[in-house]
Design a protein around this ligand. Structure first.
Ligand SMILES: CC(C)(COP(=O)(O)OP(=O)(O)OC[C@H]1O[C@@H](n2cnc3c(N)ncnc32)[C@H](O)[C@@H]1OP(=O)(O)O)[C@@H](O)C(=O)NCCC(=O)NCCS
Length: 173
């Protein structure tokens, strides 16, 4: 099967470029950003990022630092419809963008020095482009998370409803 040299996802037709259209578009942006599938060798870094209160306090499904064994088990038992990508910026790993098996989009930058420069916005745009066939996609964002709300709005998500403190954003493509 023909796969993209960067995101490693299948390309359903022959491309002159070794990368898929979404990765070519990402490379064409002003920022030096790329994505690669999450690997076993990324797990230590991801554990450190996701165990930082400043990162996980924004997550709906996590309220404490991760345990290493649970983290590895999570990685090894992921559903085939779930995709996690490490975001690199200026050739260093800075965060993760994901699509889960229910079509929920999530993103975080564990490296705070990369924040505020459009990195997450470009990563989510790439994900929406690459998985356009899975739309509608959605994201649940805490009402206090201004950066995340702006980010998803910039990426074409529309605010659909609020349940308690959580706002559902939907991307129709
Ligand atoms: C949310 C997050 C991914 C944004 O990443 P980022 O690369 O800094 O975002 P971008 O640079 O693409 O900016 C997106 C928008 O958020 C705004 N923004 C960034 N940091 C902000 C902050 N601290 N407060 C308010 N707005 C902020 C940016 O200005 C931009 O909006 P604008 O273009 O209208 O000015 C990052 O702050 C993060 O990892 N937060 C912790 C985890 C998290 O909240 N993940 C989302 C869970 S749904």
């Amino acid at each position: 099967m023909n796969v993209c040299a960067e995101c490693r996802l299948p390309m359903d037709r022959e491309h002159e470029d070794e990368r898929c259209g979404a990765c070519v578009a990402l490379a064409g942006r002003d920022l030096d950003i790329s994505v690669a599938p999450l690997e076993r060798t990324d797990l230590e870094l991801v554990l450190a990022w996701r165990s930082n209160t400043e990162v996980y306090r924004h997550f709906r499904d996590q309220d404490a630092p991760l345990e290493w064994e649970d983290h590895v088990e999570w990685f090894e038992s992921r559903d085939v419809r779930r995709h996690d990508f490490v975001i690199s910026y200026d050739e260093r790993r800075v965060g993760v963008v994901s699509l889960d098996d229910d079509d929920a989009v999530s993103v975080y930058l564990g490296d705070v020095s990369a924040r505020g420069q459009g990195v997450a916005t470009n990563a989510v745009r790439w994900l929406c482009d690459r998985f356009a066939d899975r739309a509608p996609l959605f994201a649940d964002v805490h009402a206090d998370n201004d950066a995340s709300k702006r980010l998803f709005e910039h990426c074409g998500f529309e605010r659909k409803k609020q349940t308690g403190d959580w706002i559902r954003y939907v991307y129709e493509s």
